[in-house]
Ligand binder design. Sequence first.
Ligand code: FES
Ligand code: FES
Length: 385
Amino acid sequence: MNAVTLRVNGTEVTADVAPRTHLADFVRESLNLTGTHLGCEHGVCGACTMIVDGRPVRSCLSFAVACSGADVRTVESFDDDPVMDLLRHAFSRHHALQCGYCTPGMLATAYDIVTRLPNADEARVREELSGNLCRCTGYVGIVAAIRDVLAHGPHARTVTTKRSARSAQVTTTGWNVAAKIDTDDGHRGRSTGLIPLPARIDGGITLSRAVFVPVPVDRLWTTLHDIDTVAKCLPGASIEEVREDGSVLGAFAVAIGPMRARFTGAAQVSYDVASCSGTVRGAGGDGISRSRADGVIEFRALAAGNQGSKLDIDMTYKLSGPLAQFGRPAVVTHVVDVLLGDFAKNLALASEGETVIASAPVGGGGLVLGTLLAMLRRLFFNDRT
Ligand code: FES
Ligand code: FES
């Protein structure tokens, strides 16, 4: 069990939760807030959508422990909210619900649309609603209700949503390296912000991996000191600037099926020559999805077999924002395994003096398929590899 403290509907809540408990189960079963509905529990239907740190989130895919420090609003918290009041009445006027099962999630998404996108036209409303499924209404009434509030609810244009500053989950060091990240200002524009690098990550997910690199360890170790080359070896990574203090500004792109993200941020690399080991601390943001990733990677190069090396890697990461919904260990594990496979091959090439062309990001349908196959193997054959 993990202790978690978060704010739910304005009240601070502390509880012990199992790492696999998702946010929807936590609020429904531990806090008895049953207004949030669960449909698919696979991130498809949107019925479980609630507002976390001012943004709509699929609570069936968000681990409660990953929401430590977050400000959570369920449908129960909107009784006195003037914008939600407009939406409720508009939903009623336009027959935007029948059985009502999808409605708490629809209202959460609708609230986000009318407060974030005051000029949204019908196409944009439909696009924003595309993550919420309704089996009854055919959507016409729902879209009409939202457009009605956009058109006739003038205070919806001036209302400022309380996007709470999420209390820091990531402990930062005194040697913070400020990194530029892309953030979304809610109107598809871009701005930049500053983020610190993590010293340690509380409540993150840890993966341990070892890869074999068919070159002697001294050559691998030399390659690992060349940041530009290491970035070229890692699919999806690119470097903008290497600073004198060893910090690196750059980007990391990844794609899982239709979901694409490009995290821009910073990393600090440190080496311990005596033990052939090192640490990478990194943090970055994806401006399109408004998600953030923090990670700490510890690596150690060891001699292995005849003229070969083993690279031991321990990685702890934390995803927050909408992409955290795709941060399930099974998905991330598969992404990491594909990445490391290519990384090891490229490191071997680079250590042999071959030119490494920067690798494309991992992604595509094959990755999704591979992830599904890995999950099925675990499910049916108890394969823990
Ligand atoms: S229950 Fe369907 S997306 Fe969460
Ligand atoms: S009103 Fe029944 S599922 Fe939407």
